[in-house]
Ligand binder design. Structure first.
Ligand code: ATP
Ligand code: MG
Length: 251
């Protein structure tokens, strides 16, 4: 089967910092893939490269077998295929529009009757534990945890074939974290979506992903299926990550 995302020999530096050091990976369609690593290891940079928001010095990214293009038209078209949930969700919500407007835009993009979009939205808001009243608010009027869930709702509303979420559970109550991961997993299965989850929390990746890559200082130091990676980590850094957070758990 065709890969949802494939990256070959990605290299990128910011001045002296090597943010991506010869990273290659392939994410099969319809699977859940985890990207783990400590802060500054290059996870968000890798996501930005996949989204076409960050050009690489070297290497290639393909989305559903097509090489990534950086043109405006290509970016717009890609939004229907690949939806991001950014690490700082509040910053990704337009400050001047009510949440309702933000959601309503999806109807236009998908060329779908507004009533149908709102009906789908109702179901998603419900599953995310967001009250309908949130639609009347502006982004600065909601909490960080609500903003994250609003960003997730917006991304899901787009019915993307690939969803890439940067620390999706950050800032959420522990009780909601598990619900959210289950929701993403349910939607992935029912819509045959490809899900990429970035997290420094190994418990999150262990719970949700089939395959994962471990990033360290811009390098993919270990990759493979999550079960064997956690059972017998080959790399010293992965072992260290595992021992550093022995008790973290998503409930
Ligand atoms: N726009 C930029 N300009 C300069 N350096 C950058 C830029 N973006 C990222 N970096 C650097 O690249 C490295 C990787 O950063 P990145 O944000 O990808 O890490 P991360 O794994 O997402 O970390 P975190 O878990 O804290 O979100 C870091 O050393 C960071 O300081
Ligand atoms: Mg990051």
């Amino acid at each position: 089967m065709m890969d949802a995302i494939s990256i070959s020999k990605a290299r990128l530096r910011f001045g002296q910092t090597i943010a991506l050091d010869d990273v290659s990976l392939a994410i099969p369609q319809g699977t859940c893939f985890g990207i783990v690593g400590e802060s500054g290891s290059g996870k968000t940079t890798l996501m930005r490269a996949i989204l076409g928001l960050q050009k690489l010095d070297q290497g290639d990214v393909c989305i559903l077998g097509m090489p990534l293009s950086h043109s405006r038209a290509a970016l717009k078209k890609r939004a229907r295929v690949l939806q991001p949930i950014f690490q700082d969700p509040a910053a990704s919500l337009s400050p001047r529009s009510r949440i309702r407007t933000l959601m309503g835009e999806v109807a236009t993009v998908l060329n779908e009757p507004l009533a149908v979009t709102y009906e789908r939205l109702g179901v998603i808001l419900n599953r995310l534990g967001l009250p309908k009243g949130i639609l009347d608010k502006y982004p600065h009027e909601i909490s960080g945890g609500q903003a994250r869930r609003v960003a997730i709702a917006r991304a899901l509303l787009m019915k993307p074939s690939i969803l890439i979420a940067d620390e999706p559970t950050a800032g959420l109550d522990v009780s909601v974290q598990g619900d959210l991961l289950n929701l993403l997993q349910d939607i992935r299965q029912s819509e045959n979506m490809t899900l990429v989850v970035i997290s420094h929390n190994l418990a999150v990746v262990r719970l949700i992903a089939e395959n994962a890559v471990v990033m360290c200082a811009g390098k993919a130091v270990e990759s493979g299926d999550v079960a064997s990676m956690f059972q017998s980590p080959r790399d010293a850094y992965t072992r260290e990550l595992l021992s550093a957070w022995p008790r973290l758990r998503v409930e």
